[in-house]
Design a protein around this ligand. Structure first.
Ligand SMILES: [Zn+2]
Length: 468
């Protein structure tokens, strides 16, 4: 056994509100934590180890973070992102586990064969953090769902509105019922892009924003953000919620999840459903809905365009409160990039999707670190998401038996987001210029240092991740 000792004056252990001194022993052969002892050990005792890491004073040792909503787009749209660049961005922000969405790769992950192709491609090019995969539900693929589950997908995403790519069509109630029937002997997780056009007279503008018809927005200024915002009303999220709740009641053994909730006006209905005994519904929101607001978005600033849209300040405050109150379960990036050419033009033409992988923890800590406390911020990007995808105990916490994924975090460091902070492929991001507090300095994956901010991209240890 090759033994590593991590000695940290400040380590955030499970169940603790604040960091405490701890000595953590790692078996490097398996990459797992084998012992955690309170306090720091004297130098003599530390000599018996093959490797000793002393966390610098003032820096906090955290578990590796998790992001369960990322679009890596490989194979098929590798110009948009890729396994290598996306996972490099992830480790630069302390994310050691991410779950890849079933679109916008080609093939999409809607068949067991599509999953096989994706896993093979990821293994071929290598990944810089551990990654897992979501499957997708589209019309006609109900027969593929149980086989995909058998091959390790963490659940299934579907759209209730056009997705933006032809190979991933949205589902109607009938398709959904077939999918749930196929899954009914499992406890599978079904994820919803929860916008549903209640009234057919509305234009069907798809998820990632390419309008098939300009509909009611045609007379307004497409350069103005408010035109786009008006085209994706909150009511669409409320209509979707109504349908999802119907399914949650009909299939209590399945688990249902709303991805990227944007409309705070949906929260009372979620609260009520839970009060009425619905136990199989979870909700996530994204960094961009918590950290950005419509009032600040300049004309043609399409790097802010995503679906559902970033809404106003009042909405943002209500979402922040819901995260603090525990009504929103956790927070993800929905990192969904494209090539810069597709972001050109006005708000109605440009592709929808926000890029920010790697910035999430600093964004969330800046916004909620003081009010929520460091341990809760870690929980929203750690244990809570681990539990959702069935890897609790292995990921997201500093715990004996867990993978030795660590983050060294400087809670006091202030920085401005510049191009140097963007490690993903296409450097288009609404966060450029933002002032943040709290920086991930180092990331360890299975006990191995994979990211050190002082060394930058050239110093990163690549391709040490696994498929989970
Ligand atoms: Zn997404």
């Amino acid at each position: 056994m090759t033994r590593q000792l991590i000695s940290a004056a400040l380590a955030l252990l499970p169940g603790e509100q604040s960091p405490k001194p701890a000595s953590i022993e790692v078996d490097l052969a398996t990459g797992t934590i084998v012992d955690i002892r309170p306090g720091l050990e004297d130098r003599e005792k530390a000599q018996g180890y093959d490797e000793v890491i002393e966390v610098e004073e003032g820096k906090v040792l955290l578990p590796g973070l998790i992001d369960t909503h990322v679009h890596l787009n490989q194979p098929g749209r590798t110009a948009w992102e890729g396994f290598q660049t996306g996972t490099l961005a992830a480790i630069s922000g302390g994310v050691t586990t991410l779950i890849d969405m079933p679109l916008n790769s080609i093939p999409p992950t809607t068949t067991a064969e599509g999953l096989r192709v994706k896993r093979e491609e990821a293994s071929r090019v290598g990944v810089n953090c551990d990654i897992g995969f979501w499957g997708g539900i589209i019309p006609g693929n109900a027969g593929e769902l149980v086989p995909m589950l058998g091959q390790g997908v963490k659940g299934f995403k579907c759209f209730l509105i056009e997705s933006g790519v032809d190979e991933f069509p949205c589902v109607n109630e009938d398709d959904l019922r077939k999918a749930c029937e196929a899954l009914k002997n499992t406890n599978a997780l079904v994820l919803f892009h929860a916008e549903l056009v209640a009234d057919d007279s509305h234009a069907h503008e798809n998820h990632d924003g390419h309008d098939h018809e300009s509909g009611s927005t045609s007379s307004k200024d497409p350069k103005s953000y408010s035109t786009f915002l008006d085209s994706r009303p909150e009511e669409w999220e409320l209509s979707a919620l109504e349908l999802i709740l119907k399914f949650a009641k009909s299939y209590p053994q399945l688990r249902f999840h709303i991805v990227h909730l944007s409309a705070a006006s949906a929260l009372p209905a979620i609260r009520q459903a839970r009060a009425d005994g619905i136990k199989n519904l979870t909700v996530e929101t994204c960094f961009h809905y918590l950290c950005l607001k419509a009032e600040d978005i300049p004309d043609n600033a399409t790097q802010f365009k995503c679906c559902p849209p970033i809404r106003d300040e009042k909405n943002r405050q209500a979402l922040l409160k819901a995260v603090l109150d525990g009504e929103i379960d956790y927070v993800v990036s929905d990192h969904s990039p494209c090539v810069p050419e597709l972001k050109k033009g006005d708000f109605l033409e440009a592709w929808g999707g926000v890029s920010g992988l790697g910035l999430g923890f600093s964004l969330l800590y800046t916004e909620l670190g003081e009010k929520g406390g460091l341990s809760r911020v870690v929980d929203w990007m750690g244990a809570r998401q681990a539990e959702q995808v069935g890897i609790k105990g292995q990921k997201g916490e500093l715990r004996v038996g867990a993978k030795a994924d660590f983050v060294v975090f400087d809670p006091e460091k202030r920085f401005e987001v510049t191009l140097d902070n963007l490690l993903f492929k296409n450097k288009v991001s609404p966060y450029l210029g933002k002032q943040l507090k709290g920086l991930v300095e180092k990331t360890y994956l299975s006990g191995k240092l994979v990211w050190d901010v002082s060394k930058g991209q050239g110093g990163a240890a690549l391709s040490t991740g696994s498929l989970i």
